[in-house]
Design a protein around this ligand. Structure first.
Ligand SMILES: Cc1cc2nc3c(=O)[nH]c(=O)nc-3n(C[C@H](O)[C@H](O)[C@H](O)COP(=O)(O)O)c2cc1C
Length: 150
């Protein structure tokens, strides 16, 4: 059984809706052999990361950067996971109102430092979420989960 770890900071109504849609995709009954573990970014730690086979990261862009909770998560896990998680796949979505540039740059720098492999390009959702946005994160969740058992 492969394990997908979802690490999220989704405390607003918009991000919560996106989070639920992501989980729906990741838990698609058609995807066999993957268990989905969900951790709030402020509660996730190195053991969660070491025990997983792939990652889904999600949260807002605040003040031109990744939400502090996600930054805190990465600060906690970086050194304990640096060697053992090289090459593991990840997907991510960020929610923003108008400019996600700094958040995307931070996510790219941190995951490159960890040498994680993008299973899909990070997705940015502006405003909404619309039905299309929800479908897009649902598909992202399903694609990252399915990728673990290809
Ligand atoms: C303190 C704060 C800073 C924010 N900074 C940015 C920002 O730099 N760029 C951006 O596009 N959105 C920014 N936002 C909007 C958030 O990304 C947005 O509120 C979050 O994704 C939740 O979405 P919602 O408020 O529509 O529920 C900020 C929000 C807050 C509360």
């Amino acid at each position: 059984m492969k394990r997908l770890l979802v690490v999220h900071h989704t405390v607003s109504p918009a991000t919560h809706a996106l989070h639920l849609a992501t989980l729906e995709g990741a838990r698609d009954p058609a995807i066999e052999g993957v268990e989905v573990h969900v951790r709030a970014a402020l509660n996730a730690g190195p053991v969660d990361v070491l025990e997983a086979d792939g990652y889904l990261l999600a949260g807002p862009v605040n003040l031109g950067y990744l939400a502090g909770a996600l930054k805190h998560f990465f600060d906690q896990i970086y050194y304990p996971c640096l060697e053992e998680t090289v090459g593991r796949p990840f997907g991510a979505w960020l929610h923003a109102n108008n400019d996600a540039t700094g958040g995307l740059r931070a996510l790219d720098a941190i995951t490159a430092g960890l040498k994680w492999r993008p299973a899909q390009a990070p997705l940015v959702v502006y405003g909404g979420p619309t039905t299309e946005n929800l479908a897009a994160v649902r598909e992202l969740g399903a694609a990252v989960a399915a990728g673990l058992v290809l």
